[in-house]
Design a binder for this molecule. Structure first.
Ligand code: SF4
Ligand code: SF4
Length: 297
């Protein structure tokens, strides 16, 4: 079967200090780091075994914190990008680490979801990292949380990135009715797909690929169907994909996060992101129309 696996181990630490994040400047002790490393090694063993069974996989690392500061995530990405039965490997990252190791990645399968945190890094430093990936033809999306205090920084970054690098803006949803119409207009000029994210989707009882071909794997092997539904649906290492996969209608009232709603078939988001949905790179035609809109202002 073909499946997408989100993977999150025990890591919960980061080298950045974002004020809105519970993992900011958190330091994991040696024991937790060793556990995270062992868990990832176990996961990698399991992934290697899947080739013989004919399973094709896409893997997305979404750690609590920053994974790429640790060698085991860099090595896992590199190895996965060269495996015949892997279609894609991507990671959510603040892109702060030295990127020389990416020379060993297979750019046809590896990708980055790079989040810009103004205040934690300079625009010049972040751009330099983006341009390194760009120069190596390694696919990546860039994005930021659309808090009002960051509008100017996001706008500036958009102007300086190459036109063919997609920049997404994640809607800030912690405060109700946060955006005025004027705010939304402004953000649409930066991210032509901002409306897709600012919306919450009624999902109760609706089909969703999570739990069927998309799984959220924890370091200990327990699997949840998605980022939001806390019910454990099984253990990856005991049940295998075939034992876990079942069509399950959504049990929650709404779906409000990109890594969830992209798996709702009724939204047909493949038409927007094509084969790069996991790393959130919109198709060129859509980026182009957004760019043309910006040029008018
Ligand atoms: S870079 Fe990400 S994980 Fe690290 S503190 Fe900021 S939001 Fe949290
Ligand atoms: S909350 Fe979203 S991702 Fe989770 S099952 Fe419902 S629709 Fe799918």
């Amino acid at each position: 079967m073909r499946a997408t696996l989100y993977y999150r181990g025990s890591l919960s630490s980061c080298n950045y200090d974002c004020p809105y994040c519970p993992f900011s400047k958190n330091k994991d002790n040696a024991e937790t780091l060793a556990k995270d490393r062992t868990q990832l090694a176990r996961f990698m063993d399991w992934v290697r075994e899947q080739e013989a069974g004919g399973n094709r996989l896409s893997v997305f690392f979404n750690p609590y914190g920053e994974g790429l500061v640790h060698r085991w995530y860099r090595e896992a990405m590199t190895e996965l990008s060269h495996m015949a039965h892997i279609d894609k490997v991507a990671i959510q990252t603040n892109l702060s680490v030295k990127l020389d190791w990416t020379e060993r990645l297979n750019p046809r399968k590896a990708a980055f979801w790079a989040t810009y945190h103004p205040g934690e890094t300079s625009e010049a430093a972040f751009l330099k990292q983006c341009m390194f990936l760009y120069g190596k033809n390694i696919p990546f999306s860039v994005g930021s949380v659309g808090v009002r205090s960051a509008f100017a920084a996001i706008n500036s970054l958009r102007r300086k990135l190459p036109e063919d690098v997609y920049l997404w803006v994640n809607a800030f949803k912690d405060a109700k009715n946060y955006y005025s119409e004027a705010d939304k207009e402004q953000l649409r000029l930066i991210d032509p797909h901002f409306d897709l994210n600012v919306n919450d989707y009624d999902s109760y009882g609706k089909p969703c690929e999570t739990g069927h071909s998309v799984f959220y794997v924890q370091g200990n092997g327990l699997v949840k169907r998605c980022y939001k539904d806390r019910t454990v649906i099984g253990n990856l290492y005991r049940s295998g994909l075939e034992g876990l996969a079942r069509q399950r209608p959504c049990r929650l009232a709404c779906c409000d996060c990109y890594i969830g709603y992209i798996h709702m078939p009724e939204l047909e988001l493949k038409s927007v992101y094509g084969e790069s949905m996991l790393e959130r790179i919109a198709k060129p035609a859509d980026k182009g129309s957004g760019m043309r809109q910006r040029m008018k202002i």
